[in-house]
Design a protein. Structure first.
Length: 529
């Protein structure tokens, strides 16, 4: 048992280390993009890893500052005029999320279709790859924080700047880092080194290579603007200033409460989406308690805001990196939070030597695994009703953002569900009706107003002199609209066109939740109801 626990700890330590390396620049980038102090992102990452990781029962999900909240946070800090007031909104958001968890609002995640969730993952994967290519080439005009591809529209000057700023040293380090990561993933003897993950070897190699380039005066040397940037506290006052406390005056400001409620709703939706995605990334397919997750996020946001951190959600990028690194339990997320805390406080000067090109190599492989061609082939082979919502979600996530993309995917899925529901009642084409004078229409178990159009079209296409049987023996519910339409067909149209109508299994009345004991079968009619 001890050997098994030791092996499990080794594996989760390795994956926690990988997530730490991925999360570090993301935490800083999101804080920068949000107009907040740099350490506020790190604080959120620490709380998201340790506190949320401890309370949640998700084995793969990793929480931290969310790119999807960046615009809300930036606008709120600007409108409120002080980061200290905004922290009150974060506390309020945490309390709202706790309430949502206790009222079991997490159950809405059960209604996210798998093709939409997979489409969201693939879309995020494409965005990760495309956004990391500039860092891999040595151009850092775009930060690593957002989960949106076109932040300010498509700017052709951006591509000119990109090609003009290509750095040979960054390309060399990217290629070597990627080679190490692929070797660690493919060579069996290297895969056994659980305590020495490929990402760590790639990062150490990137640091050593760049230091060698700089020491020898090579043009391949990467300057500070292309490295990780963490504040390095020198004195006790510097450490004290790392934490910003909320201003209690914010709790009397109605605008702060509105911001808090907005953050709670958006963060909860993003978290539930990411939890569904994380469960699908889990090789053991374990199911997360989404209501407990909302409570964990509530506690996390409350504590994070209490000590100067940004709001957080479960995050796809971190969670997918965690799954790809072989995480088997939530201890991996906790380890990543501990590493963030210890390393940022003790060795920030070493972390500041990490080339962004190395981290880009890690993220590019993570993105590829999320959007691998096999996923597209899988949904293509499942038919258009699975593939079209999947592809629409991918494109919408890439060209808009996560929430809008998922919303569009859900709408298209609902459209196909409604279309399928209408067809399931039955449907006969004009050609089939013209081929025979004697046919049966067997109604589904439930016939709602959604089926009215299909039934109406079929009855309209019945040619004069036909012999029609409408079988409702398996039907437990028929909406009044459809019943009246069948009555009109049998009592009016059928008489005029000499259509023989046989009605089988109809009840005297239909109630939506009527039991079998209460049902009464109508007498079979011929040409009349």
């Amino acid at each position: 048992m001890k050997t098994k626990n030791k092996a499990e700890f080794s594996q989760n330590f390795a994956s926690g280390l990988v997530v730490f390396l991925v999360a570090l620049p993301l935490c800083l980038g999101i804080a920068l993009a949000s107009g907040a102090p740099p350490l506020s992102g790190i604080i959120a990452g620490v709380i998201g890893g340790i506190v949320v990781g401890f309370i949640s029962n998700s084995n793969i999900s990793v929480s931290g500052p969310a790119a999807g909240l960046t615009a809300i946070v930036l606008t709120a800090i600007t409108d409120l005029g002080a980061f200290e007031l905004f922290l009150c909104a974060g506390i309020i958001a945490g309390l709202f999320q706790l309430v949502l968890g206790f009222v079991r609002a997490g159950s809405i995640s059960n209604y996210f279709p798998n093709n939409v969730i997979e489409g969201m993952l693939a879309g995020i994967g494409i965005i990760i790859v495309l956004k990391q290519i500039p860092h891999a080439l040595g151009f850092d005009g775009d930060n690593m924080s957002n989960e949106t591809l076109f932040d300010n529209g498509i700017n052709l000057n951006y591509f000119n700047d990109l090609f003009a700023a290509i750095h040979p040293g960054a390309i060399v380090i990217t290629l070597i880092s990627m080679g190490i990561l692929l070797a660690w993933d493919k060579i069996p003897s290297l895969k056994k080194l659980k305590m020495l993950p490929g990402a760590l070897v790639a990062v150490i190699s990137g640091i050593l290579l760049n230091q060698l380039f700089l020491a020898t005066g090579s043009s391949l040397g990467i300057s500070a603007e292309h490295l990780v940037t963490l504040p390095v506290p020198q004195t006790a006052d510097d450490f004290k200033n790392l934490i910003t406390l909320p201003s209690l005056n914010g709790f009397t400001n109605p605008q702060v409460w509105i911001v808090g409620a907005t953050i709670a709703v958006v963060a909860s939706i993003e978290t539930l989406l990411c939890i569904e995605a994380s469960d699908r990334l889990d090789s053991k397919r374990r199911i997360t308690d989404t209501n407990l997750e909302l409570k964990a996020q509530g506690v996390g946001n409350f504590l994070s805001s209490l000590i100067g951190g940004l709001p957080m959600t479960s995050v796809v990028v971190r969670s997918s990196a965690n799954a790809n690194a072989g995480a088997t339990s939530k201890s991996s997320a906790i380890i990543h939070g501990v590493l963030l805390l210890v390393c940022v406080l003790s060795i920030p000067f070493i972390l500041n030597l990490i080339p962004l090109a190395t981290l880009a190599a890690v993220l590019i492989l993570v993105g590829y695994k999320l959007a691998k061609p096999a996923t597209f082939k899988h949904f293509w082979h499942n038919g258009k009703y699975q593939f079209i919502p999947f592809l629409a979600t991918v494109l919408a996530v890439v060209f808009t953002d996560l929430l809008k993309g998922v919303g569009i995917g859900l709408l298209i899925s609902v459209f196909y569900i409604l279309q399928g529901n209408m067809k399931r009642a039955y449907y006969l084409s004009r050609e089939k009706l013209n081929d025979t004078d004697d046919f049966t229409i067997k109604l589904a178990e439930e016939v709602s107003f959604l089926n009215k159009a299909a039934i109406k079209k079929t009855l309209k296409n019945v040619k004069p002199g036909s012999n029609v049987t409408i079988d409702a023996r398996s039907t437990s519910y028929i909406t009044t609209d459809v019943l009246e339409m069948i009555q009109d067909f049998a009592n009016v149209r059928a008489k005029e066109d000499e259509i023989q109508v046989h009605l089988i299994g109809f009840k005297k009345s239909y109630k939506e939740y009527e039991s079998d004991e209460d049902s009464h079968i109508l007498v079979t009619h011929r040409r009349a109801m």
